[in-house]
Design a binder for this molecule. Structure first.
Ligand code: SF4
Length: 229
C-alpha cells in the first residue's frame, strides 16, 4: 500500500469510534476543492513522504488496546490492488475498519464487503451525475459511483453518503442529488473549506459563493424524507 500520512488519533472520523486515520496516495479524480492535492498523483508528490506498511502496522499493533477503529481514507484507497491484503492485516489486529471512498471502484468495494474487511463505508456523492466531470475532473465516472451506491444498498454494513457543499453547487443540484441517492441511512453534508492548494485555472471557483448556512438548513428540512431510510 502507498500510504502518505497517518493521523494517530481521531474522535470525529469514525462515528462512535476512537480511530487512527490513514491517507493513501493516488486518486484519479481531480476535484477542484480537494484538500489533499499532494495525494492525488499515483506515486505521490515530493511533498508527500511515504509511510511503510510495516511502520503503520507497528503503530496499530502498539495502540490496539486503546484505539478501536482504523479509517482508510485518501487519496482513493480502493484504487490500490493490495488494499484487501493490507486490511486483512489490520483486521487481524482486531480493529473495526471504516472506508472513505469516492466510489470509483465498485468491484473492490464489493470484494471488501464480501471479505468482511470493512465495517463502515462513507461514499462521496459529489454532484448530480451530469455534473460529475465538471466538478471532479475528466476521469470521474458517475456510473461507477452509482454502482457503488447499489453495492452499499445491498450490503449489511453501516454506511453513509457524503456531499461537500462546494461553490457552484446550487439548490437544484442538492435536490437532484437527493433524488439520485434516494433513501440512504445517512446523508452527511460537509461544509466547504477553501483549499490552500488549488490549480490556477480553478482560482475563480474556489472563491465562488456557497449556499448560505441558513439556506442549507431550510433545504435540509425540504429534502428530509427524500433520503431518510
Ligand atoms: S476524490 Fe477526494 S482525494 Fe480525490 S481529488 Fe476528490 S477530494 Fe481529492
Amino acid at each position: 500500500m502507498r500510504i502518505g500520512g497517518m493521523q494517530k488519533t481521531s474522535l470525529i472520523d469514525y462515528p462512535g469510534c476512537l480511530a487512527a486515520v490513514l491517507f493513501t496516495i493516488g486518486c484519479r479524480y481531480d476535484c477542484f476543492y480537494c484538500h489533499n492535492r499532494s495525494l492525488i498523483p499515483a506515486e505521490g508528490s515530493q511533498k508527500t513522504p511515504q509511510l511503510s506498511e510495516e511502520r503503520v502496522l507497528e503503530y496499530l499493533r502498539y495502540r490496539s488496546m486503546v484505539l478501536e477503529g482504523v479509517v482508510i481514507s485518501g487519496g482513493e484507497p480502493t484504487q490500490q490492488g493490495d488494499l484487501i491484503e493490507f486490511l486483512g492485516r489490520v483486521k487481524q489486529l482486531g480493529y473495526s475498519v471504516k472506508l472513505d471512498t469516492n466510489g470509483s471502484h465498485p468491484d473492490m468495494l464489493s470484494g471488501l464487503i464480501a471479505s468482511k474487511l470493512i465495517d463502515y463505508a462513507a461514499l462521496d456523492v459529489k454532484a448530480p451525475w451530469e455534473r460529475y466531470q465538471e466538478i471532479c475532473g475528466s476521469a470521474a465516472d458517475a456510473a461507477a459511483v452509482q454502482e457503488s451506491l447499489g453495492v452499499l444498498g445491498r450490503s449489511d454494513i453501516s454506511w453513509e453518503v457524503r456531499t461537500t457543499i462546494c461553490p457552484t453547487l446550487e439548490e437544484e443540484d442538492m435536490k437532484q442529488i437527493a433524488l439520485q441517492i434516494q433513501r440512504v441511512p445517512l446523508w452527511r453534508w460537509n461544509f466547504y473549506r477553501r483549499p490552500v492548494d488549488y490549480k490556477e485555472s480553478d482560482a475563480l471557483r474556489v472563491d465562488g459563493p456557497v449556499l448560505s448556512l441558513r439556506r442549507q438548513q431550510e433545504l435540509a428540512v425540504t429534502l428530509h424524507g427524500v433520503t431518510d431510510d
